[in-house]
Design a protein around this ligand. Structure first.
Ligand code: DX5
Ligand code: ZN
Length: 223
């Protein structure tokens, strides 16, 4: 099934002192979603932001906010992030004992549910929850930091997830997160990804946010 590739700038690499301006730039450049990385210093070795910042970002953009919860027991905070304005909540299977229930709860809040697969986590983690999944986030780096090197060994996993979703007639999107840049976009899109999360390749490049988004889109189209 052909579908357009979404670009989801990750604000982890934005200038937090000028967050509103950076989000505006990303929206003006034609981004489709804003990806928000929430880290608790427990599930991953870094601490970032919480519902307050999500609420602030919500006020400055009309783009859907895709909140990537890299936190232990994310079920404790689903309501807070929904109230803050999340459109998608993505959790890691290792972080929640009852993944099925957590996905049900996300859906019950009226938002979309995502499952993130760490590099060492296989696609089997999705097997029994697929009907509850709107987004599969394939981590192409170990979560915790922006600016890491893309792991090409994740390409077969993207292909397997694509096959799994197609066989189940699922319309869930496949996002890739980590090291996504013009030189890695071709391979991930060819493998079946349709949503590109990129932080440093959008906010930390000399050519600026607009050009960076265009370059990613061009790389996706020509792949
Ligand atoms: C990493 C985060 C990513 C991060 C990606 O743990 O989940 O969303 O912002 O950054 P880049 O695109 O710089 O690899
Ligand atoms: Zn992320």
């Amino acid at each position: 099934m052909e579908r357009s590739v979404y670009i989801a700038p990750s604000i982890l690499s934005a200038d937090f002192a000028r967050l509103g301006e950076d989000v505006h730039r990303a929206e003006a450049a034609g981004a489709d979603l804003i990806h928000v990385d929430v880290m608790d210093g427990h599930f991953v070795p870094n601490i970032t932001l919480g519902p307050l910042v999500v609420r602030a970002v919500r006020r400055v953009t009309s783009l859907p906010l895709c909140v990537h919860l890299m936190i232990s027991t994310p079920e404790r905070y689903l309501g807070a992030f929904v109230e803050a304005g999340a459109a998608y909540l993505t959790v890691h299977p290792e972080a929640t004992i009852h993944l099925h229930r957590t996905l049900q709860e996300i859906r019950a809040h009226g938002v979309r549910a995502g499952v993130a697969l760490n590099p060492a986590t296989g696609e089997e983690a999705l097997s029994y929850v697929l009907p509850l999944v709107d987004l599969v986030l394939v981590m192409t780096v170990n979560p915790g930091f922006g600016g890491q090197v893309f792991l090409p060994e994740m390409l077969p996993k993207i292909r397997r997830v694509r096959k799994m979703l197609d066989e189940a007639n699922s319309s869930a999107r496949i996002a890739v997160d980590g090291g996504i840049a013009p030189d890695t976009v071709g391979a991930v899109v060819a493998a079946g990804a349709d949503t590109l999360v990129a932080g440093s390749a959008i906010f930390n490049v000399e050519e600026g946010v607009e050009r960076a988004v265009q370059n990613l889109r061009r790389a996706a189209v020509s792949s």
